[in-house]
Design a binder for this molecule. Structure first.
Ligand code: G6P
Length: 606
């Protein structure tokens, strides 16, 4: 996610940049840094406040670049904080995104004498640009040539000590916006740091480069074709800009679903051989072959993601798997040995109960892994290896995009362990093909959000809600009910649909609705019978069904459709309407969905 901000004008750049970074902090951060063109840089770990405490008397100048880092490659340390520079400290770069071929590029640059300081992917870009400048290209040509050589995604900003007033930015897959002021211009990853200076902006498109000076701006493509773009005037306030124009972070984060899956999967699937390439597991790949059991631990939504993971891992990798909430695991006497894999699932990487469970596993000799979103977090550091989600920071307290990413990471892990144990190439390929189709399918569901809102309004004032699903979608019933509880304060319970007649049916009447996940899968007919049981008690039913299934529509009061996919991946789609449903109900009831009462985003106490 990272935040980028750059300024060129006639005022002192430092206070403007610091102020801009503060308004980008909502994007998440683990370190920050500023380079004042032609002067020097300052960096720190943690929040912008820490950066402000550093000595900065020497940082005078009227242009500069700044960055807030949310780590993807390399631990959150000062050395890894941006801006990064070339060996001669002339070219300085801040970057949001991932340079996929950074290892090859780094080796080739080192072979010709470049000295690298950090373990980031970004640093190669500074050296690459410097290499081209040293071979006679202009600043602009050198940036263009370098960007043609990198593979991956970037929103990038470059400053060059010998042309301190000029700042160059480019975009491929990560947003860049240019702010147009009077005798001053700006670049940022979103409009929030620009808005207090000017409301006039230009958005860069992919494969475009912008060059700004205090009094000029120009855009061209990576192929050097000039682009004429009309400026836009933004009338948002800063907070609205931070939410990307959405009313709440929760909605923004749900809407990020397609991008989140793309980021979780990027570079990790080998299509031809049906394999998963998980760099974070390379060091333990051989040990993983000998694992006989898996214990998954997590809390809240992460625990439910683990339950879906259990179905995937047992069905495709054939490994006996148990899932438990951290707070229970740590106080019973779990049977763990050196053939056990302990897997922590956690967005923050800091949840106390999950952390203690992992420590207990370690003490008993288990191999420990994490599916973690926050790079460098305690659980990421204390586990032997792991898979980072790359979902970007999640601000809404109720987890949405991180959950989708956790399910996606489980699909990748299942592929990885399954292919080690004999799932065929063709099944591997089939899973990958379907994973690759998920982003467009999620986007399709998101387009139906008005319909979901309409149904949500109808049920917004009920007192209770029952959610039911079976097999892969049983945990989704639990997670859907949790979302509703968290943000709307409606009493909601998730149940395995087969359990209805063992208790919950007694509660059903015309005022007690049920949400049923009834997809065209191996348990479809069973769920349909369970819906009939509810209808026979006059219970209203909202169904999540597979696109094109009209039978469910005949039975249920309201139907929300999702596209067809492999059964093991269906939770990644079925959760999307449930997240939106909970969101719209909470909005209708007038609650602060981003900050539900009594709840915290990261629970670092027992
Ligand atoms: C809190 C959050 C949940 C989250 C849970 C686990 O309760 O509100 O959204 O699922 O903690 O957090 P973790 O960071 O370990 O995933």
């Amino acid at each position: 996610m990272c935040g980028i901000f750059a300024y060129t004008g006639s005022k002192e750049a430092l206070p403007i940049l610091l102020d801009g970074l503060t308004s980008l902090e909502y994007r998440g951060y683990d370190s920050a840094g500023i380079y004042i063109s032609g002067a020097d840089a300052v960096k720190s770990v943690g929040a912008v406040e820490n950066l402000k405490k550093k000595s900065m008397e020497h940082l005078h100048g009227t242009s500069g670049i700044a960055h807030l880092r949310w780590a993807t490659h390399g631990e959150p340390t000062e050395v890894n904080a941006h801006p990064h520079h070339d060996t001669a400290q002339q070219v300085w770069v801040v970057h949001n995104g991932i340079i996929e071929n950074f290892k090859e590029l780094r080796e080739s640059l080192q072979a010709t004498g470049a000295q690298f300081l950090s373990s980031t992917d970004t640093e190669v870009v500074a050296h690459l640009i410097a290499r081209h400048i040293n071979s006679g290209q202009s600043f602009e040509e050198a940036v263009t040539t370098a960007l043609r050589e990198v593979r991956g995604t970037y929103g990038i900003v470059v400053s060059y000590a010998l042309e301190p007033d000029k700042i160059i930015a480019a975009r491929l897959g990560a947003p860049v916006v240019v702010g147009l002021g009077d005798g001053e211009n700006f670049i940022a990853s979103d409009p929030s740091p620009i808005l207090r200076h000017t409301k006039d902006v230009l958005y860069l498109f992919d494969r475009e480069i912008a060059v700004i000076t205090p009094t000029s701006h120009s855009i061209r493509t990576l192929e050097s074709v000039p682009v004429l773009r009309e400026k836009e005037t933004i009338d948002w306030e800063v907070e609205q800009a931070q939410k990307g124009g959405y009313d709440h972070f929760m909605l923004k984060e749900i809407m990020e679903g397609p991008e989140v899956v793309i980021n979780t999967v990027r570079g990790r699937c080998i299509e031809d051989t049906g394999l998963a390439r998980l760099g974070g597991l390379e060091s333990v790949a051989e040990k993983l072959r000998d694992i006989k059991r898996i214990n998954i631990v997590g809390c809240g939504s992460a625990y439910y993601a683990g339950l879906v993971g259990e179905y995937m891992l047992e069905e495709y990798a054939g490994i006996p798997t148990e899932v438990e909430i951290g707070s229970e695991f740590r106080y019973r006497k779990p049977i763990i040995d050196s053939e056990t894999l302990m897997l922590a699932v956690t967005q923050s990487g800091e949840t106390a109960d999950t952390l203690e469970a992992i420590r207990e596993g370690k003490r008993k000799g288990a191999l420990t892994l994490g599916i973690v979103n926050t790079v460098g977090s305690t659980i990421a550091r204390e586990t032997d290896a792991g898979i980072y989600n790359h979902a970007g920071p999640e601000i809404g307290v109720a987890s949405t995009k991180a959950f989708i990413s956790q399910l996606t990471a489980f699909a990748l892990l299942t592929l990885f362990l399954g292919r080690q144990r004999g799932i065929s190439i063709s099944t591997g390929k089939e899973i990958i093909e379907e994973i690759n189709r998920l982003p467009e399918k999620i986007a399709y569901i998101l387009e139906t959000k008005d319909r979901i809102r309409e149904v949500a309004r109808k049920y917004a004032h009920v007192r209770d809600f029952l959610y039911m699903g079976r097999k892969y979608n049983y945990p989704i019933a639990l997670e859907g009910a949790l979302k509703l509880k968290e943000v709307s304060y409606i009493h909601a319970e998730g149940y395995g649909a087969g359990e209805m007649k063992h208790g919950p049916l007694a509660m059903i009447d015309e005022n007690f609705p049920t949400l049923a996940i009834a997809l065209n899968d191996s348990v479809y007919e069973k769920v349909v019978s369970n819906i009939q049981e509810v209808k026979a008690r006059r219970g209203p039913v909202v169904a999540i069904a597979t696109e094109g299934n009209t039978d469910v529509a005949d039975l249920a009061d309201d139907v929300l459709y999702i596209p067809e996919t492999l059964e093991m991946l269906s939770p990644i789609l079925s959760i999307v309407p449930l997240q939106l449903f909970a969101y719209y109900i909470a909005v209708e009831r007038g609650f602060n969905v981003d900050r539900p009462r009594n709840l915290a985003k990261s629970v670092t106490v027992e």
